[in-house]
Write a protein that binds this ligand. Structure first.
Ligand code: ADP
Ligand code: MG
Length: 575
């Protein structure tokens, strides 16, 4: 059908009941693109209708070099989504009841993620967006609908999706920046680094609720010379900055001197940021996991015995379950679960750590004997993590010098600038020994991969076989359960959360019918997504999914309160 057909159908529907909109589902050939209407909302207040446009490259004309590498392609798709959002929000306006008049697409923040909102290849460009089909009450506003679909959408397509309408320099800059960041991230391990913060980076944010860069009085980052490293990037050429070596790194310094801000930048360095963010070339080992205390979370069958033993009442810590974890047991479980998912770098901030999990000084060791303290503090395990498993740690620690002994690198933040104080800290540790007894034993301990019980992962309600809903970046409604992810700070976008929710159902449908461990599930799901894309997660094409990492997928599964783990003996076939 053509756009003229669509226009006459819409004019004919004017005044009809909202349900009649169902008739317009289908494909329409416009002069410059194809409009595909995949899903029609039930009423003007319901979630908006799902649309796609496909623009042939003969018309869109994006040069191949802008999407020739995977990094570039993702950067360009991100750019197109942002452009569509920008133009659509200028052109669309309220046209009746509820969501009437809305034309929009995923609204993006600072991160550049792989998403289902935009695709590009040699043949065409596909954009997925939503439309609030207009009505007054429950009566179709056919003339407004015809304007939106047959005039506004072609305008948005022309302004946002034709290469010639766009800022060529800005696009080039975005694809090159993302490609450079990916490239530096790939080089980190060959230089034995866990993270890189370039000179000139702007790390502070505008506010606690606004992730754009701080503009006024922001002090730009400058590496101490002893930690300075250089990379030769494919696009921008040489870049210098601070390289954080593998091993154990402490970030020390007075309160309010920028320690947590640095750690947060490192934490998000697993993702790329848009140019102009200030952190667009801050990069971190992609397998870095932020660890924090999270009292109240549930834990299912985790072997936390490297950290916790001899709980009162004889409760098992090799197979530890609770519906209400304490600060220390939650932090221990967060670490073990990250290791189970193959984390290579742990990021810990004293601001969000349990004190008794982090330190236990000489005096406390004298007063409370080891036999009376279930917790082996992190300070006695952090080295073994590195020597036994090659897992590095970056720890913000302004409050205790006991860690000087176990650190490889000590960085002091002073007025938002980093200084290498490793030698001073080591000298102090020698002159003023902490006299602690190390309590961690001879090895870190085993990481025991767990196998989930299929039936304990149930997305159904009494009405529906699958019910999923996400709220911001904090929460997944999964069947009748709520998965609380407020403490998982490396989930940065609700589109990631939505994809994770679908991915849990996908894993259940495809892989959980057998005995399979969580790391095996993570491998399979992430492999499928890498090979086949996010569309495998849903029955209908959807524009509101974004790629997540295996760690955040595991985090959601681990916080599902119904999750049960197969008995170890069952797993060995003994039961
Ligand atoms: P700490 O963890 O050392 O107590 P924070 O990292 O929380 O300190 O930073 C304290 C405040 O300083 C925050 O409001 C933060 O936005 C601001 N800040 C951090 N780094 C910079 C910087 N480079 N320039 C200006 N302000 C900064
Ligand atoms: Mg802090």
């Amino acid at each position: 059908m053509s756009d003229n057909n669509l226009r006459s159908v819409l004019l004919r529907l004017d005044g009809a009941s909202y349900k009649a909109y169902k008739d317009i589902k289908g494909n329409y050939q416009f002069s410059d693109f194809t409009l595909i209407i995949d899903y029609i909302q039930g009423d003007p207040f319901a979630s908006p209708s799902k649309f796609r446009v496909k623009v042939p490259q003969s018309i869109a004309q994006f040069p191949k070099q802008l999407y020739k590498s995977r990094s570039r392609e993702i950067a360009l798709r991100d750019y197109l989504t942002r452009q569509f959002y920008h133009v659509a929000s200028q052109i669309s306006f309220r046209r009746g009841t509820g969501k009437s008049g809305l034309i929009t697409i995923a609204s993006l923040k600072q991160e550049v993620l792989e998403r289902t909102s935009a695709f590009i290849d040699d043949n065409d460009l596909e954009i997925r967006f939503v439309v609030g089909l207009p009505a007054r009450g429950r009566r179709i506003l056919g003339r407004q609908a015809a304007e939106m679909l047959c005039e506004d959408i072609p305008n948005i397509v022309e302004q946002a999706l034709f290469y010639d309408s766009l800022d060529h320099q800005a696009i080039q800059h975005q694809v090159e920046t993302v490609e450079d960041a990916d490239w530096i991230r790939q080089q980190l391990s060959s230089k034995n680094l866990t993270a890189f913060v370039p000179n000139g980076a702007i790390l502070p944010r505008r506010s606690g609720v606004d992730n754009r860069p701080l503009v006024e009085n922001a002090i730009s980052f400058q590496s101490p010379s002893s930690l300075e490293v250089a990379f030769n990037c494919p696009n921008r050429g040489a870049i210098k900055g601070m390289g954080i070596p593998e091993g154990i790194t402490l970030i020390v310094g007075g309160g309010y001197h920028g320690k947590s801000t640095l750690l947060q930048a490192i934490e998000l360095g697993v993702y790329n940021q848009i140019p102009g963010d200030g952190r667009e070339l801050v990069v971190t080992n992609p397998n870095a996991v932020k660890i924090r205390a999270e009292d109240g979370r549930s834990i299912a069958g985790v072997n936390i015995s490297p950290f916790i033993n001899h709980l009162p009442g004889g409760k098992s810590t090799t197979n530890f379950s609770t519906t209400n974890a304490s600060g220390s047991t939650s932090q221990a479980a967060n670490i073990i679960e990250a290791l189970e998912a193959n984390a290579q770098l742990l990021l810990v901030d004293e601001d969000t750590s349990a004190t008794n999990f982090t330190i236990r000084d000489r005096r406390m060791q004298m007063l409370i004997a080891k036999e009376k303290e279930p917790i082996t503090p992190f300070i006695d395990k952090v080295r073994q993590l590195y020597s036994d498993y090659g897992v590095s740690t970056i720890l913000v620690m302004g409050g205790s010098g006991d860690y000087f002994e176990v650190a490889d690198t000590v960085i002091a933040m002073d007025n938002y600038q980093p200084y290498d104080v490793t030698e001073q800290a080591k000298a102090i540790a020698k002159d003023y020994p902490s006299n602690r007894n190390t309590e961690g034993g001879t090895a870190f301990g085993e990481i025991t991969p767990r196998a989930p019980v299929n039936s304990s992962i149930d997305p159904s309600t009494h009405k529906r076989s699958v019910k999923l809903k996400v709220r911001e970046v904090d929460d997944i409604a999964f069947g009748t359960e709520d998965i609380d992810l407020a403490a998982v700070s490396q989930i940065v976008d609700s589109a990631q959360l939505r994809a994770i929710a679908y991915a849990i159902v996908y894993a259940k449908d495809h892989y959980l019918d057998r005995q399979i461990t969580i790391p095996e599930i993570l491998d399979l799901v992430m492999r499928d997504l890498a090979e086949q894309g996010l569309d495998i997660l849903t029955d209908f094409t959807q524009g509101d999914l974004a790629l997540f990492r295996r760690f955040e997928f595991a985090a959601a599964l681990n916080r599902l309160r119904t999750l049960k783990i197969r008995d170890e003996n069952f797993f060995k076939g003994e039961i």
